[in-house]
Every structure is written in structure tokens, then in C-alpha cells.
Design a protein around this ligand. Structure first.
Ligand code: NZQ
Ligand code: ZN
Length: 380
């Protein structure tokens, strides 16, 4: 097992009506709050009003920035930073899914340190302080509610990249599974794919970490167990709660301890380029890329695939049979596994290849070369 530091400073409030505990949590955080939201779902379904009521009852003055898009862009983050500077806010509340919370994390870094968002993302400027960030999660998927990462797109530089900083963990996150009842079926499927992909990214990291491997397998088995029931009953509290917790655990460090790198992430790096080019939802990019990546990289990860197959089935199964488990699962839940499933063509594949060749997406453990890019593309 490799050396590691276990660190997760986010206080997680999980369950029925957790919003009731928000006033106590924010009582000492200052009076001016920047409230960040997405493109309207939180207003449509009433979560926004509940939050506004709670903030007002706590005596806070609300400065609002809304309209953050799925696959968030750096321009919106910069606009929110300008507003924060103008209003001299004391803390941030992010109400929404991963896109809103990720934007809030970068707004926090840029505002607290007076630095441009993209310079921070590209490691050209180093933030050293933060203001408090509270996340109110409405969608189970990314795990951003309990980690220090953010992912942002830049259409000028043609990049969608991740950035990690321990300062970016929310100080507290509120997860009420009933707030996810309204997430439509296709978006629920996207979240399920994302949390499975995160579990797999951890598994394909380097080093020997048997307990973390078992956590990965347990998270995937738990997800495969509740998924068919949940997709038939989107408003079942217990099934939504199971999904919400597996999504958090997939990306809050639990599956990483003892590994040589904090995940492989080659698959995410490849998949982000699909979102960048066609604004494809994050989950869909992963159900397309992951099975193809496992097939193309089998020559490097055969033993790991066999071990994963054993942990999932209790039997000695082959690497292709392990990959088949995921491909079949994705197909059963109507997730795309081929380029054509999302309406893209051979010409689009060439555009993707060109962008991969320019940006050179890489895994942290399993390196990718031009041949790998071509092999992966041939499989999708
Ligand atoms: O924009 P609104 O109107 O809020 O609607 C959103 C959006 O259309 C909607 N939604 C959210 N909560 C809802 C709801 N609809 C009905 N009821 C609710 N309760 O869902 C749509 C998708 O929202 P989004 O926030 O984009 O989804 P997700 O949470 O999957 O976040 C995706 C982003 O996170 C990044 C992805 O790359 C992508 O940009 N990731 C962040 C990570 C991290 N910070 O650790 C790791 C991930 O691997 C991922 O890369
Ligand atoms: Zn992801």
C-alpha cells in the first residue's frame, strides 16, 4: 500500500429536511451571501424559494448570480467573480448540481485571491486563501459536494479541464435525497454512469490498495442493485438516498487511499473533449468512452480487469467478460455506448481525434499515445 493522507474537511448533512440546519451552520459567516444557481430547475421545483426563505430568516443579504449552464464555462465564472467583487460578499451558497458547485468553487478561489479563473485552472496563479462555501446539492452524480475539484470549459482555448485544490472543499454540504426526485430519468442515468466511472477511475489507478478496491466493487454492486428499481420509481426516497450516497462516496477519497495516484482519469480527460465539441452531458461522454478505453487498454490492464471481475462476481472471469458487464449495464439503462447513439458521425470522430492530438489528454497512471487514441476511436 502507498503512503497517503486521509483529509476531508466537508461537513455533510444528509437526509430528510436537512435544510433546517442551514441557519445554524451559516450563523457566523458574515452577512452578504452570493447565491449561485443554474438555468432554472431550482426555481421551477421550489428549492430556490426554500433556500431564499432560510437565508433571509438567518438575516443574510442575498446577492444572486443565476444561469450557470451544464458543462459550465469560464466566462460565467468570471462574471460571478465581478459581481462578488462589486458587492464584497462574505460567503457563497451554491444551489444545484455539479456545474453550479464547480463554478462556485472557482469563483471562490478567484474572488478570495483576486486572480483570474483560468490562470488558476492552468496552474499559472496559485490561490492561498478562500471564503466559506456551502453546497446545496440537487443532483447526485459528480461527488463535487465532498471534494476539492472543479471542472470548467473554455471555448477560446478549446479546453475542458479539472482543477484540484484542498481549499475548494465546501465547508458544509446539504444533501436531501427528496430534492433529486425531480431529476429526469435521462439525467438520473447520466449521474449513475458518472459515479460508476469515478469508481472505475479509482480502480485503474496505480499501486496495491486492496481495501480501496473492495470499496470500489461495493459501490458498483450497490449501484447496479438499486438502479433498475430507481429508474422505475424516480420518487422513491430510499432509492434516491442510495444513489446520492454512492455518488458522494465514489469521489470523496474513500476509494483512493493507498493508491499511487489519485485516480487514473484518462477516460475523463478523453470524454471532456466530447462535451467541449458538442455540449454532450458528462455522463453520456463516459458511457461512450469507458468500455472502448477498457477494450483498447486491455493489454495494459488485463490483471486489473480480472481482479475487478472477481470482486464483482466472486468468480474468475476474463478481462473481456468484465468489460461486458459494464457495456451491458450501460445498454440496459439506455445510456449511449457508441458515437452514433448521440447522432455523431465519422467526420465528427476525425474532429475529436484532432482535438485529442492537440490537447494530448492523459491518464495519471495509464499513459495514452496516438495509437491508443486511434484504437479507442475505432471502438466507438
Ligand atoms: O441548470 P439547471 O436548471 O439547474 O438544470 C440542471 C441541468 O440542466 C438539471 N438539474 C439539476 N438538479 C435538478 C435538475 N433538474 C431537475 N431537478 C433537479 N433537482 O440537471 C442538468 C445537469 O446539471 P449539472 O449540474 O450540469 O450536472 P452534474 O451534476 O452531472 O454536473 C456535471 C458537471 O460536473 C463536472 C462535469 O464535467 C460537468 O461539467 N464534473 C465535476 C467533478 C468534480 N467537481 O469533482 C467530477 C466529475 O467527473 C465531472 O467532471
Ligand atoms: Zn465524472
Amino acid at each position: 500500500m502507498e503512503n497517503f493522507i486521509a483529509f476531508n474537511p466537508t461537513k455533510l448533512y444528509f437526509g430528510h429536511n436537512v435544510l433546517g440546519q442551514l441557519p445554524k451552520e451559516i450563523s457566523s459567516l458574515g452577512s452578504k451571501v452570493l447565491l449561485l444557481t443554474g438555468q432554472g430547475s431550482v426555481k421551477k421545483y421550489g428549492y430556490y424559494q426554500q433556500v431564499v426563505d432560510s437565508l433571509k430568516k438567518s438575516g443574510k443579504r442575498i446577492i444572486e448570480f443565476s444561469g450557470i449552464k451544464p458543462n459550465p464555462i469560464v466566462d460565467d465564472a468570471e462574471k460571478a467573480v465581478s459581481l462578488a467583487q462589486k458587492e464584497q460578499i462574505d460567503f457563497i451558497v451554491a444551489l444545484g448540481g455539479g456545474s453550479v458547485i464547480d463554478t462556485a468553487k472557482m469563483v471562490n478561489m478567484a474572488y478570495a485571491n483576486n486572480l483570474p479563473v483560468w490562470d488558476i485552472m492552468k496552474h499559472e496563479a496559485k490561490p492561498v486563501k478562500k471564503i466559506p462555501l456551502i453546497a446545496l446539492l440537487t443532483l447526485a452524480a459528480t461527488g463535487t459536494e465532498m471534494n476539492g475539484a472543479a471542472v470548467i470549459q473554455n471555448h477560446e482555448t478549446h479546453e475542458k479541464i479539472g482543477y484540484f485544490n484542498p481549499l475548494m472543499y465546501p465547508i458544509a454540504s446539504f444533501l436531501d435525497p427528496s430534492w433529486t426526485f425531480t431529476v429526469p430519468k435521462n439525467q438520473t442515468v447520466n449521474g449513475i454512469i458518472d459515479l460508476i466511472a469515478h469508481s472505475l477511475e479509482a480502480f485503474f489507478s496505480g499501486g496495491d490498495a486492496p481495501l480501496s478496491d473492495r470499496f470500489v466493487a461495493a459501490n458498483i454492486l450497490e449501484t447496479m442493485d438499486y438502479t433498475p428499481k430507481l429508474l422505475n420509481n424516480l420518487t422513491d426516497y430510499d432509492l434516491r438516498a442510495r444513489m446520492m450516497w454512492t455518488a458522494t462516496v465514489a469521489e470523496n477519497g474513500t476509494t483512493m487511499h493507498g493508491r499511487a495516484t489519485s485516480g487514473d482519469w484518462g477516460t475523463h480527460a478523453l470524454a471532456h473533449h466530447i462535451s467541449l465539441l458538442w455540449d454532450t452531458p458528462h455522463g453520456q461522454t463516459l458511457s461512450i468512452i469507458f468500455p472502448a478505453w477498457m477494450k483498447a487498454m486491455q493489454y495494459k490492464i488485463e490483471n486489473r480487469l480480472q481482479k475487478l471481475g472477481y470482486l464483482l462476481t466472486g468468480k474468475n472471469i476474463s478481462a473481456p467478460d468484465t468489460i461486458h458487464i459494464f457495456e451491458t449495464f450501460f445498454k440496459t439503462i439506455d445510456a449511449p455506448t457508441k458515437f452514433s447513439d448521440i447522432g455523431l458521425t465519422g467526420t465528427d470522430k476525425q474532429s475529436l481525434l484532432k482535438l485529442w492530438q492537440k490537447n494530448q489528454p492523459q491518464g495519471m497512471n495509464i499513459t495514452l499515445n496516438d495509437n491508443d487514441y486511434q484504437n479507442i476511436l475505432a471502438l466507438i
